[in-house]
Write a protein that binds this ligand. Structure first.
Ligand SMILES: *[C@@H]1O[C@H](CO)[C@@H](O)[C@H](O)[C@H]1NC(C)=O
Ligand SMILES: *[C@@H]1O[C@H](CO)[C@@H](O)[C@H](O)[C@H]1NC(C)=O
Ligand SMILES: *[C@@H]1O[C@H](CO)[C@@H](O)[C@H](O)[C@H]1NC(C)=O
Ligand SMILES: *[C@@H]1O[C@H](CO)[C@@H](O)[C@H](O)[C@H]1NC(C)=O
Ligand SMILES: *[C@@H]1O[C@H](CO)[C@@H](O)[C@H](O)[C@H]1NC(C)=O
Ligand SMILES: *[C@@H]1O[C@H](CO)[C@@H](O)[C@H](O)[C@H]1NC(C)=O
Length: 315
């Protein structure tokens, strides 16, 4: 009976004091926070009492409190910041604020709080959600190979495949995930259809939120994929030489002009040679003028000598 009375008195005292000066125990309010990638996230808690110290641990998420292993803030140890100041704690009387600058996708998760005040040590957990840029997928069809690229985005997004009748083709695709800056990822999903594209249309969906089904979808008709394949596939004996020859065609024409001129000159020379040869043959057959000259030449020379000697004799 004694103890019961004590409890009753205690309860009475508590209710009186709480109505007079609020609750005697420290209570707090922290709200879940959503931040855009690369912006500053502020996780704030308001306590009804002056906050004297604080410890913050990072968790996978608040539902898995056994995952809260990494201590990022511990004012007892003089730790008001971590990651070279990217994460900072500001305490002002009954308000504490954790500032996380240039948030990365990897900052997403739970933040477990231990507040210390003169009137108690409440604790809780706050979830931080990071929203990453949601850019349209780049969908390319190349023959029987269809590729859907989501170059950057939240690591938790997914790529799904459908045909024109909304049949799920995701099981036939292979996914490659690569790490990008700030914990974001680049996703490339490839669908190989053998031996031909069986559906008339293919759609690639990047699902950003599994719960709200928020997504961006791009579709491609099989006809276009095949058309692009034919257009872009170089057939060695046709496409490449054709495109390489085209700009050179005027050049070869120009190169041919001197060759043609040389040929014409050669033909003319041959013609002239033939004419000359025939003419000479005809002249020789007639017992020609040249022979006559040759026989006359010594006679002429003798006559010349005679003329030369004549003046000498005169002198
Ligand atoms: C993030 O923001 C900082 C400025 O706050 C800027 O210098 C940096 O380029 C940004 N990074 C990305 C990946 O947008
Ligand atoms: C926190 O402190 C401010 C004054 O510093 C006060 O006005 C406010 O009511 C306090 N908040 C709570 C929840 O006690
Ligand atoms: C913060 O904590 C780390 C260990 O987690 C310690 O090495 C470091 O010295 C502390 N920083 C300050 C300013 O006390
Ligand atoms: C899509 O990807 C192709 C090949 O990877 C590239 O040439 C094209 O520029 C990309 N388009 C956009 C809009 O990113
Ligand atoms: C499509 O199928 C895959 C398994 O092949 C599954 O993981 C995925 O959730 C399905 N997508 C939809 C939207 O039903
Ligand atoms: C994509 O979003 C639309 C609404 O915009 C929805 O009807 C569709 O079911 C979503 N797709 C998937 C795969 O969740």
């Amino acid at each position: 009976m004694d103890s019961l009375q004590k409890i009753a008195v205690c309860l009475l005292f508590l209710s009186v004091s709480s109505s007079a000066i609020d609750s005697p125990f420290a209570t707090f309010i922290c709200s879940d926070v959503k931040a855009e990638y690369n912006e500053t996230a502020v996780i704030s808690c308001i306590c009804n009492k002056k906050i004297t110290n604080m410890v913050v641990k990072r968790c996978e998420n608040c539902n898995k409190q056994n995952s809260c292993l990494e201590t990022i803030i511990n004012t007892w140890a003089g730790n008001y910041s971590s990651e070279k100041g990217r994460i900072q704690l500001v305490i002002q009387n009954n308000v504490s604020e954790l500032h996380i600058q240039e948030v990365k996708a990897t900052d997403q998760g739970g933040y477990k709080w231990y507040l210390y005040s003169d009137n108690g040590q409440p604790n809780g957990c706050t979830n931080l959600e990071i929203t990453a840029p949601e850019i349209e997928p780049n969908f390319t069809g190349y023959g029987r190979k269809l590729t859907c690229l989501s170059p950057i985005g939240h690591p938790q997004r997914q790529i799904h495949w459908f045909d024109g009748h909304r049949n799920n083709l995701t099981g036939r695709a292979s996914l490659v995930s690569e790490e990008a800056e700030g914990g974001l990822t680049s996703l490339t999903s490839t669908l190989h259809e053998t031996p031909t594209l069986t559906a008339s249309e293919y759609c690639c969906t990047v699902l950003y939120d599994v719960h709200t089904k928020r997504n961006k979808t791009k579709c491609l008709s099989a006809h276009k994929a095949v058309a692009d394949y034919l257009r872009f596939t170089p057939t060695p004996d046709q496409e490449i030489p054709k495109t390489m020859k085209d700009p050179e065609t005027p050049k070869t024409m120009a190169e041919h002009v001197p060759i043609i001129l040389v040929l014409i000159v050669l033909v003319l020379c041959c013609f002239a040679a033939v004419l000359y040869y025939r003419h000479r043959q005809r002249a020789m057959a007639k017992g020609n003028f040249a022979d006559l000259l040759r026989t006359l030449l010594p006679v002429l020379k003798q006559h010349e000598k005679a003329e030369e000697n004549a003046p000498n004799q005169e002198v």
